[in-house]
Design a protein around this ligand. Structure first.
Ligand code: PEP
Ligand code: MG
Length: 590
């Protein structure tokens, strides 16, 4: 959304969805499509041959990829539709096209990506302006080919994000977890993307980078140029482009205010997350990258409530081996000892597609080949991970969590696999902890409805609201068009949480929450009142959540939760909580 605030001062204001708090002021670095904006870049004479080689290799790799895409497509959507990949391959075989690209690199010193991009672009435009569906379809084919090859050129050099010279605010169409992993996080002042929702993984990663971020701007990349001065307000989800003096001054003051709040919150670091009337809430941190462990400790995290091991698989071509995983898990467990570390087994698919695990393109990736479904099908991936986790269990307080469980059959299968891994290790005389608690994520509605059954089979449950909300409300968590419907305070969500907690407690099983709702300060009182035993949140919001818990009577939280369960819309609940929290916590930002 764009609203021109003041045309004469050339200040533009854009509104998106806030996902990571804080304010950044800096220069914009613009990425468009899934890769960097193509610049008309030239290279030195001595680099020309290297550019040609890069182009030819990228074309070759694209053709190999097309062969495997074709095989997959044939199996999934039939021989007829798979032909499209064959056609793309034929286009890439066209000697005229290749000659044309090579000659402009040689004659005009253009970079490989610019040469290829500009030639394909020329043909694509010609086709796109011709009338008729046939030509439109061919133009779309060319666009696809163009992206595929350019991505190869850029991706393989892995330098497109490293082109960032100083620190900058990244403005991108979208940032996949693999893109984000390629970033040098010390140079990132913040993210703002056209696509994405509150719980898309790029948002989660922004929080783990501890930088302000907002998503879902839709067309921001069309309006911001590389080098523009930008203010990113991650609390409100707002971007100012070329802000005027008054706006800059306002935000400089706000930044100072946020700094002061954070200093105050820092004083809570070593205090327990205990309500005024003495109820303790386990308050842990979510962990994506192991080098964030220091931050977790700095923010007062007493344990890791969700260790997303998926990030170890991203951004690499080979699967991580058992020993490498063991070393990594062991490092985390030792660092957090005596506090618990809940290690979640691989959860890729959806918006996370590591190069080292082949996940064919799908119509509905979030409903498809994902998480435990991959693990149970591919024991050569699952078993080494379970072995590595069990080996690490000997070094501290480790628990295992299984993602995307939808029924009891899967619960039994994962337990069998775990037992198999344990037996193997025992036979090899490898030490393993004797009492590793196992838990299941409640993030698929079917699992929520059979909590009573699942709770009998495991030691704990962890509610994954990021997925649970998207599946319950039928709202894609990463789709900015429908993000207005993505409400963690929806009455249906509150009812499910209430029922899951009740059913689990009846079986003596404790219940945590590791989805982003756990770190939503408007939800904290409700969750405590509903009886949640543990909250695992992004470290950046941990002190704030602790402050809320410490200032609350449990009996008051129960009263609020009951009152919210009587409301009929998410909007009513949000408004009530916003008013209540603003009144009670004047020094926090809601
Ligand atoms: C969730 O779905 O709430 C969750 C914590 O898992 P992820 O965000 O990694 O899907
Ligand atoms: Mg999930």
């Amino acid at each position: 959304m764009i609203s021109e605030k003041n045309k004469f001062k050339a200040e533009y204001f854009f509104k998106g969805i806030p996902v990571s708090p804080g304010v950044s002021i800096g220069k914009a670095f613009v990425l468009s499509g899934e890769a960097v904006k193509i610049e008309r870049k030239t290279v030195a004479d001595e680099e020309v041959e290297q550019e040609i080689k890069a182009l030819l290799e990228a074309i070759d790799k694209s053709k190999q990829e097309l062969v495997s895409d074709k095989t997959t497509a044939r199996k999934r959507i039939g021989r007829e539709h798979a032909k499209i990949f064959e056609m793309h391959s034929l286009i890439l075989d066209d000697p005229y096209l290749i000659d044309e690209a090579v000659s402009i690199i040689r004659d005009e010193n253009y970079s490989a990506e610019y040469a290829f991009y500009s030639i394909i672009d020329k043909y694509q435009r010609q086709l796109a302006t011709s009338k008729g569906e046939y030509f439109q379809d061919r133009a779309a084919d060319l666009r696809d080919i163009k992206r595929r090859v350019v991505r190869k050129i850029q991706g393989d050099r892995r330098d497109f994000l490293q082109k960032l010279e100083g620190s900058a605010i990244i403005i991108a169409r979208d940032l996949t977890p693999s893109d984000t992993i390629a970033l040098d996080r010390h140079k990132i002042l913040g993210f703002a993307t056209d696509l994405g929702g509150k719980t898309s993984h790029s948002a989660i990663m922004a929080r783990s980078f501890r930088v302000p971020a907002a998503v879902g701007f839709r067309h921001l990349t069309n309006y911001v140029k590389n080098g523009d001065r930008v203010i990113l307000d991650g609390n409100e989800g707002v971007v100012y482009v070329n802000p005027d003096k008054k706006t800059i001054e306002y935000y400089q003051k706000l930044r100072q205010h946020i700094r002061e709040i954070n200093e105050q919150l820092g004083l809570l670091r070593d205090l327990p997350a205990r309500t005024l009337d003495g109820k303790d809430i386990e308050l842990g941190a979510n962990l994506e990258f192991t080098d964030e462990l220091e931050t977790v400790i700095e923010y007062g995290g007493k344990g890791i409530g969700l260790y997303r091991t998926d990030y170890m698989y991203l951004g690499r071509k080979e699967l991580p081996g058992e020993d490498e995983q063991y070393e990594e898990y062991r490092r985390v467990v030792e660092k957090m000892r005596p506090y618990p570390v809940i290690v979640r087994t691989l959860d890729v698919g959806g918006d996370k597609s590591p190069e080292c695990i082949s996940i064919p393109p799908e119509e509905n990736p979030y409903l498809g080949y994902r998480a435990i479904r991959i693990s149970l099908e591919r024991s050569e991936i699952f078993l080494p991970q379970l072995r590595a986790i069990l080996r690490a269990s000997a070094h501290g307080n480790l628990k295992i969590l299984f993602p995307m469980i939808s029924g009891m059959k899967e619960v039994r299968e994962v337990k069998e696999m775990l037992e198999k891994a344990r037996q193997q290790l025992l036979e090899e005389n490898v030490p393993v902890s004797e009492n590793v608690e196992i838990g299941v994520m409640i993030e698929v509605p079917s699992a929520a409805l059979i909590t009573d059954l699942i709770a009998q089979e495991v030691d704990f449950l962890s509610i994954g609201t990021n997925d649970l909300v998207q599946y319950m409300l039928a709202v894609d968590r990463g789709n900015e068009r429908v993000s207005y419907l993505y409400k963690d305070l929806h009455p249906a969500v509150l009812r499910v949480i209430r029922d899951v907690v009740r059913a689990a407690h009846r079986k003596g099983t404790w219940v945590g929450m590791c989805g982003e709702m756990a770190g939503n300060p408007l939800a904290t009182l409700i969750l405590i009142g509903l009886g949640i035993d543990e909250l695992s949140v992004s470290p950046i919001v941990l002190p704030e959540i602790k402050k809320i818990i410490r200032a609350t009577e449990y009996s008051e939280a129960v009263r609020i939760a009951d009152k919210m369960l009587e409301q009929t819309t998410a909007e009513d609940i949000e408004q009530f909580m916003m008013r209540y929290m603003r009144k009670k916590f004047k020094d926090l930002i809601f």
